[in-house]
Design a protein around this ligand. Structure first.
Ligand SMILES: [Zn+2]
Length: 336
C-alpha cells in the first residue's frame, strides 16, 4: 500500500523549528465510554537538515523495557540533536498498555495488523494511524520489544538484513547478536521496511519489567545509531564481535517436571551440551535437555516447570569458529 510522505517537523498546526523539541498527542481511537484515546509523541529536531528516525515501544502493550528506554532518552540532556529529526513514541499500543496486555481490547495482535486499514478492525485502524503519522514521516525506524509472556531474551536485533538500510541500522546499533528475520506478515518492521522505511527491532528482556541492563542496551544502541548518522556527538560503542544469525530453533521438553538451567540467555552452547535438567516433583529421574546445535542462547522460559512439548530454550545456530571467538571477548551486552 502506497504511503503518503509527511513532513517530520510539521504536526497539525505545529511546526518544530530547528533546535526545538515538542510533545504532541496523536489521536488513535475512542474508549468504550467515548473518550478520545491518543498516544503521546516527543519530537526532537536538530539544527541542521538530516534523516528522520522513529523510536517506538510497546507495540505489544506489556513490553515496557523499550518504553523505559525511550522515556529516559526524552529527558536525557546528552540527547542534543545535531541534525535530522527524532520521533519518539514510548507506547504505541496504549489500549493494551492500559490493561497490561500484549493485545488490543479486540484481542488482536497489533504486530500482525500492519500496514493497517483506515476502515478495518480496531487493531488495523491503530496500525494505519501509526503507519501514516510515524512511518510516513521517517527514513529509518527502531522498534523495541521484549520476549513474550513467561520468557526472557538476550538482547538481539532482528530485521531483513538483505535490505542494505536495515543492515546498516543493525550494524550501527552495535548489538552483538543479529538475527536475519524479516518478520511475520503484518509485523511492524516488515511492513515499514517494505513501505520504504528500513526498520529493525530490539528483542530484549521480559514483559512487565524495566530491567536496567536491557534499558542500558537499548539506550546505547539508539545513541550508536544516531552517532552513525551524525545526528548526535560522541563516539559509537562498537561491540568486539557480531554474530549474524540465519537460523534459530526452540528446544522443547520431552517430559514434565522442574527445570534447573545450567546456563542463561547469552551463553554460547556446543551441540549435546546440557542446557537444563528436568526432575520430577519428588526430585527424581533427572533428564538433561541438550543443545541440538552449536549456538548461542537467545531466550529461555522463566517458568520453573515444564511439560512435554513446551519450549524451554531458544537457540541461535552459530558456527564453531564464532563460538571460539566469542569466548575470547567481553560482550557489551554481558552487563546483567
Ligand atoms: Zn513484542
Amino acid at each position: 500500500m502506497a504511503l503518503a510522505r509527511k513532513d517530520p517537523t510539521v504536526w497539525g498546526a505545529v511546526t518544530v523549528e530547528p533546535g526545538q523539541e515538542i510533545d504532541v498527542e496523536v489521536p488513535i481511537s475512542e474508549s468504550y465510554s467515548g473518550r478520545q484515546v491518543s498516544f503521546p509523541v516527543h519530537i526532537k529536531r536538530g539544527l541542521l537538515p538530516g534523516p528522520a528516525i522513529f523510536l517506538t515501544a510497546a507495540v505489544h502493550g506489556d513490553e515496557l523495557n523499550g518504553t523505559a528506554a525511550i522515556r529516559s532518552l526524552i529527558v536525557d540532556p546528552e540527547m542534543r540533536l545535531l541534525r535530522g529529526t527524532l520521533i519518539m513514541v514510548p507506547v504505541i499500543n496504549v489500549l493494551g498498555f492500559e490493561t497490561h496486555s500484549r493485545y488490543l481490547p479486540d484481542r488482536r495482535d497489533l504486530n500482525r495488523c500492519f500496514p493497517g486499514l483506515a476502515n478495518g478492525s480496531q487493531a488495523s485502524r491503530l496500525a494505519r494511524v501509526v503507519f501514516e503519522e510515524i512511518v510516513g514521516r521517517c527514513e529509518y525506524g527502531i522498534d523495541l520489544h521484549t520476549a513474550a509472556i513467561r520468557r526472557t531474551n538476550h538482547p538481539n536485533i532482528r530485521g531483513d538484513f538483505r535490505h542494505p538500510g536495515v543492515r546498516e541500522l543493525g550494524e550501527a546499533f552495535g548489538c552483538e547478536v543479529l538475527v536475519n528475520e524479516p518478520g511475520p506478515e503484518g509485523s511492524f518492521r516488515r511492513s515499514a521496511t517494505e513501505a520504504g522505511c528500513p526498520t529493525i527491532i530490539l528483542e530484549a528482556g521480559e514483559i512487565w519489567k524495566m530491567e536496567p541492563a536491557v534499558v542500558d542496551c537499548a539506550r546505547r544502541g539508539i545513541k550508536n545509531v544516531l552517532r552513525r548518522f551524525e545526528m548526535l556527538a560522541g563516539p559509537c560503542a562498537s561491540p568486539p564481535i557480531y554474530h549474524w544469525v540465519e537460523k534459530t530453533q526452540w528446544v522443547r521438553a520431552n517430559q514434565a517436571g522442574f527445570l534447573d538451567f545450567h546456563l542463561g540467555p547469552g551463553s554460547t552452547v556446543r551441540k549435546g551440551q546440557p542446557i537444563a535438567t528436568v526432575t520430577s516433583l519428588l526430585g527424581r529421574n533427572p533428564v538433561a535437555i541438550t543443545a541440538p546445535t552449536d549456538g548461542i542462547v537467545l531466550g529461555i522460559t522463566t517458568l520453573p516447570v515444564t511439560a512435554p512439548g513446551e519450549p524451554v530454550c531458544h537457540v541461535a545456530h552459530l558456527p564453531a569458529q564464532a563460538i571460539a571467538l566469542d569466548a575470547a571477548v567481553v560482550r557489551l551486552t554481558d552487563v546483567a
